[in-house]
Design a binder for this molecule. Structure first.
Ligand code: XMP
Length: 526
């Protein structure tokens, strides 16, 4: 196992992902991890980038014991500065300008050879930089192994030990050859075993869950019918059967027929122990008068907690009347990396973009507020979760399902949410998605939906002037949901969908298509 110590860069999680792409198992732990608390020995260590300056008072530092293990170490960006700073505080200075974007890297040749970190790579490669601080000088015992126009120390290596440090980010796709560099480090330098597979991941995860929960433990988990929570639920079910209690809350803002469909799939097809709670009235009543998107999320997150509390109690009461020991001790959190990054990051500065309630509020309150312990399944990226889903026997339709946010249509009705507006957005969404499916486009699109703009527009229908809602259609192509482009429908498609929605959905006289990328837009409109 390769250990990634995370100093808070938004790219840290990509490092473990790259390792899995080489069939190597890697684990990411916060940079505050102590070696003495680790129950396994890494074959190599990667220190990630991070938003701090090593010389700041609050800056995090690696437990020096890791560096005394004598296993190969690769410091990236902040990780590089951390390695240099540990050797001498005057090794790192604030750069005169932040360097952000592409740089041309040239590997240095010594007696005709590049360093083994650069083996198999072009001598000149385009790399991606994102840093303010830089090395002021070469730390003692190191030599330069690659340079850029702005830096004589773009990559350095120790003369005798397998310690490397690089200023650029090999883990992002903008660095051409970055994968090969990481592979050189993990495979050739660390000698990590290339034996990781999705099937071994399933076995390990199930074993991990069983060990953690014990023979009696009971786990509660929220499911939405999306691929992530379904995969997480299926894993729990495989591990502990009916001691896993899945709860789906119908918040009144789900897609058309969603609650019934999810119930059918999870219970009949996957055998998961599921309760669907219809709380639509409570949610829709409570949403009255709230217009601010973050307040909507907070309200919905809070309400989920209330409903969960009631459910925990009900399940415990039911168990108390049976022969089973009743207490639920665990709460399952199954989520994706981009969700985690956008909501929380190591101590913060990668600013909260939106508080996704499945990450921010619910688990924290369920654990801190209710003494439940958290089980997390969050190593994987969306495409990996899908592969895992197939491995677990999930139906292809479910595996490829577009994500749907926890607050649902509530954040797709701009401004105040009313039952009427939710219903209109829901109907429009239904027609849009159906048409996408009919035209065979569903799997080419990362996420598509209809939103409703409650400011109205004038139209003419059946010779009458109308003044009705505007439907905004959004469809994006995305690799990881962190950046996205609007899907380029042809104009016939757009004209046809506009006709269909204005004909079929009462209360709508305009349909517009959102062509904004993320950034600067986000995928959802709120
Ligand atoms: P944004 O709008 O932030 O969306 O570009 C990125 C992905 O996250 C989903 N999303 C959410 N999921 N609770 C969720 O469970 C939320 O509050 C939330 N907000 C956005 C969004 O649908 C997209 O897939």
């Amino acid at each position: 196992t390769v250990l990634v110590l995370d100093f808070g860069s938004q790219f840290s999680h990509l490092l473990t992902r790259r390792m899995r792409e080489f069939s190597i198992y890697a684990e990411m732990l916060p940079c505050t991890q102590k070696l003495s608390d680790l129950s396994w020995s890494p074959v190599g260590i990667i220190l990630s980038g991070g938003p701090y300056s090593v010389y700041e008072e609050m800056a995090p530092h690696v437990d020096p014991a890791f560096l005394d293990l004598n296993v190969p170490v690769l410091g990236i960006c902040y990780g590089m500065q951390e390695l240099a700073y540990r050797l001498s505080k005057d090794n790192v200075v604030a750069g005169t300008a932040r360097e952000y974007g592409h740089a041309d890297l040239k590997a240095t040749r010594v007696s005709g050879h590049v360093d083994r970190l650069f083996e198999g790579l072009e001598d000149n490669m385009r790399v991606w930089m994102s840093h303010g601080d830089k090395l002021a000088k070469l730390p003692e015992g190191f030599h330069t192994i690659a340079i850029t126009r702005n830096s004589e120390f773009a990559a350095i290596g120790h003369e005798t030990k397998p310690i490397y440090a690089i200023q650029f980010h090999p883990e992002v796709t903008h660095t051409i050859g970055g994968n090969q560099l990481l592979k050189n480090f993990a495979v050739n330098i660390c000698n990590a075993k290339q034996s990781w597979t999705m099937a071994s991941f399933v076995d390990q995860t199930i074993a991990r869950i069983r060990k953690l929960v014990g023979p009696e433990g009971q786990v509660l988990g929220a499911v939405s019918g999306g691929v992530d929570s379904t995969v997480a639920a299926k894993l729990m079910h495989e591990a502990i059967g009916t001691r896993f209690h899945a709860v789906m809350v119908d918040n009144g803002c789900l897609r058309l027929n969603e609650a019934e469909q999810v119930k059918k799939t999870l219970t009949e097809h996957l055998g998961i122990n599921l309760t669907v709670v219809d709380a639509s009235v409570q949610f829709l009543d409570g949403l009255k008068g709230i217009t601010d998107p973050e307040k909507k999320r907070k309200f919905i997150g809070g309400k989920f907690i209330d409903i969960f509390e009631e459910e925990v109690k009900k399940i415990e009461d039911a168990a108390a009347n049976s022969d089973r020991a009743g207490k639920i001790e665990w709460f399952l959190q199954g989520t994706l990396y981009p969700d985690v990054i956008e909501s929380i990051s190591f101590k913060g500065p990668s600013q909260t973009i939106k508080t996704h309630h499945n990450v921010g509020g619910l688990p924290k309150l369920m654990t801190e507020g209710h003494g439940l312990k958290l089980i997390e399944l969050r190593e994987l990226f969306k495409d990996e979760v899908r592969e895992l889903g197939r491995n677990l026997g999930l139906h292809e339709d479910l595996v490829m399902r577009h994500p749907f946010p926890g607050p649902g249509i509530a954040i797709r009705v701009l401004g105040e949410v009313t039952p009427e507006r939710v219903e209109i957005a829901r109907q429009a969404d239904f027609h849009f998605i159906n048409m996408i499916r009919e035209k065979g486009l569903y799997n080419q699109i990362g996420q598509a939906f209809a939103a409703l703009d409650p400011s109205r527009a004038v139209g003419v229908m059946g010779d009458k002037r109308v003044y009705q809602y505007i439907i905004i259609l959004r469809a994006v192509q995305t690799y990881d949901f962190m950046t996205a482009n609007s899907y380029p429908f042809d104009s016939d498609f757009l004209a046809e969908v506009a006709t269909r929605i204005t004909n079929e959905v009462a209360g709508v006289c305009r349909v517009v298509y959102d062509v904004t990328s993320k950034p600067p837009g986000t995928i959802e409109l709120e």
